[in-house]
Design a protein around this ligand. Sequence first.
Ligand code: ATP
Ligand code: MG
Length: 426
Amino acid sequence: MSKIQSVKGMNDLLPGDSATWQYLESKIQRVFESYGYRLIRFPILEKTELFKRSIGEVTDIVEKEMYTFDDLDGTSLTLRPEGTAACVRACEQNGLLYNQTQKLWYFGPMFRHERPQKGRLRQFHQFGVEVFGFNGPDIDVEILAMTARLWRELGVSDCITLELNSIGSLESRANYKAALVEYLSQFKEQLDDDSKRRLTTNPLRILDSKNPETQALLNGAPNLMDYLDDDSKEHFESLCALLDSLGISYKINPRLVRGLDYYNKTVFEWVTDKLGAQGTVCAGGRYDGLTKQLGGRETPAVGFGMGAERLVLLLEELNLVPKGLDQQAEVYLVAAGKVDEFTMKLSEQLRDELPSLKLLNNSGGGSFKSQMKKADKSGANWALIVGENEVANNQVGFKSLRQASEQEFLPVSEVVEKLKSLIKVH
Ligand code: ATP
Ligand code: MG
């Protein structure tokens, strides 16, 4: 019979790679928590309507990237393609936005039916941050400073740059849209097919077009910045001034519009040139209208999503994954002969007294030689060796796996102290 394979674009995380992910996850958690952000989790399945109403009907995600199916009762459900809409839903439903502000973060899988390639998967993972209840540019700056700090912590600051724009209020954007459509309509025949279609459905996305001819036409197009309402303009100016005062550099990109409908005012992307076309590692912005659009009370909000796979790729590309993270064990317990009762008791006792020790028991028997080979492969620095003689003398053999030295024999009562002296364990 043929073997069943995973779904295309949905990867397994294998034990050899999981330490890198845990490293990234713990760094990120520490940085987010150092700003007082709290973890929220919400389901990976939501009603389809939630994403249609928030991300927007005429966006790549809703038009062609969602995993949507009917539940047994006929309700249309969708595997979440992103976190923001679900986070707003969870906060509203649980009363977290009622007379309170929130600074939240989350992590988990997202699903989009895209063409799989390096840094682009169908099941991928995002770290997300969402902040509710604050109007001022200071909070936009806080989440950018938090991200900049994370880049420093990971050692990637030098190859990630911040691109920034303001897309203003709904009204100012509508005025700009009209001007853009009027301008581009003169060149309709020269536009690429996608942009031609977007001229009537979602003209702002044309600014995002990767087509060089379309980009050339855009050089003469009206500028979004010139259409900003006073409030958005002031917000953006204060934002830039605060970033300057913190020494966070950025590039204003007047064509940055983002692919989701719910944004207003600030939008941003952190981009690297080390990952080819999949260079955006973190993207977000303000979405002051979304809560109301989803039936709640108007609540100012800002947030971002960060692609975990792309960050892992970047760390690997730059050789920034600390060595030895994947060490399976510090100490390997070799059990030669009928000594199970002794070794099981000994290893449980060691774990009682040294809870942070990584101690790997040899399971499944095997000759002394084959066990020593496994001990070496485990990455452990030390082997504890127990044979029938040791049991008879209530002793344990001690051998370095990394330095040439004789085996020592210690009474069981001294093993804990010996391990403490060799390995930094408590
Ligand atoms: P892109 O332009 O690369 O398609 P996007 O604008 O669709 O990205 P967002 O919806 O803003 O991306 O998601 C935030 C982040 O999540 C992205 O910057 C990226 O790091 C990551 N991301 C998005 N889609 C994928 C995917 N299919 N595979 C891996 N990571 C992804
Ligand atoms: Mg995309």
